[in-house]
Design a protein. Structure first.
Length: 360
């Protein structure tokens, strides 16, 4: 049976002091920043340069998951595909490997019906998931769940006892680790409205929709009846085998495909216990565990897919291990537009899918 709180329990567990949470390990460093424009360092390390150019002197280095306040956005001369730099304390950081984040707390649900899951989105820079075992008790897991990642919740329960958080916890359903229960603070997740699943032009027959990707220009076009209805720049796979000649190639395949499966929340890379996910295509060159990849539309059985991206802002440049990285809001549109029509509440949908053409 899924846990259900009474109103008294809810008020007891949900009565939060946000001032106290500002010093919580769940929200590290946020007291120092104005969250109107904060970025997370989304790579192992990031140089802060004196001027907005890669030729400028390095003033200091920022490291993964540091949160940095941005004072100004500057359009420079380089790199041509993404010439935007951010002025921060100490100098300038190129936006390519940054993740713009916010901090928004949400009132937890009071109950989740039996055999029901709700799709949610992380609305803080990152939140630490916990698991429980009789041998070790409550244990934090790595990596955290990042802002913009999407996850199914299936129950509301009491989690680990924390001095700085006494509220409700959501139990996460993860299709890769479905036999292990994970929990995160409920105030950190936003329950997504039905509009995020609502199909776009479902009346158009699948033969009349086409997704075209040009790997040379790093552009994606979506067509209905031969007319473009959507266009954006993307990040395809890094050509070759970045890990060496014995590694799996990371080049995005060319040719004709169809959408095979649509998964609104996909755990890519490896699970928390080292199990390989569906396919062998990883999403980021230096981060092999990516839970909650949003709005994934697979087009090969090897695991190549269109999906949202919460670990870079470098579209127009190959960045992935073979997938097509998109901005998450654009990946959501493509997910809703492409066939097969996704069934709301389903973990995955399979059927006669939209045609895909990938070429140079």
């Amino acid at each position: 049976m899924k846990s259900q709180f009474s109103r008294r329990d809810f008020l007891k567990l949900g009565g939060l002091s946000l001032g106290g949470l500002a010093f919580s390990p769940f929200l590290p460093g946020l007291t120092s920043f104005d969250d109107s424009f904060v970025v997370r360092i989304a790579t192992a390390e990031m140089p802060v340069r004196k001027e907005p150019t890669d030729e400028s002197r390095i003033e200091l280095t920022r490291y993964r998951d540091e949160l940095v306040h941005v004072y100004e956005e500057v359009t420079a001369q380089e790199p041509q595909h993404n010439p935007v730099w951010y002025r921060t304390w100490g100098g300038f950081i190129h936006r390519g490997r940054l993740h713009r984040v916010k901090t928004i707390y949400h009132t937890p649900l009071t109950s989740i019906p039996e055999d029901t899951r709700y799709l949610t989105e992380v609305d803080v820079p990152f939140t630490t998931p916990y698991k429980y075992s009789k041998m070790y008790g409550w244990e934090p897991l790595a990596p955290p769940l990042y802002y913009g990642s999407v996850h199914w919740i299936e129950a509301i329960e009491e989690g680990p006892k924390m001095a700085d958080y006494t509220g409700a916890w959501y139990r996460i359903f993860d299709e890769l680790d479905s036999n292990v229960a994970f929990y995160v603070p409920a105030i950190h997740l936003r329950v997504l409205p039905p509009s995020y699943m609502q199909p776009v032009t479902p009346e158009v027959e699948y033969q009349q929709k086409l997704i075209e990707v040009n790997l040379t220009t790093q552009m994606l076009n979506a067509y209905e009846y031969g007319k473009s209805v959507f266009q954006t720049n993307i990040s395809s796979g890094i050509p070759g085998s970045p890990g060496g000649p014995d590694e799996i190639p990371t080049t995005t395949p060319t040719g004709s495909f169809t959408i095979l499966d649509k998964v609104p929340a996909k755990h890519m890379g490896y699970s928390y216990f080292g199990e390989t996910s569906t396919g062998n295509v990883l999403a980021d060159v230096d981060n092999y565990v990516l839970p909650g990849v949003p709005w994934t539309s697979f087009f090969t059985t090897a695991g190549h897919a269109f999906h949202g991206t919460y670990w870079h802002e470098n579209f127009g440049q190959p960045m992935s291990h073979g997938c097509i990285n998109m901005r998450s809001n654009e990946a959501n549109w493509l997910f809703r537009w492409a066939k097969p029509v996704h069934t709301a509440g389903a973990v995955a949908s399979r059927g006669l899918g939209t045609m895909v053409e990938i070429h140079y």
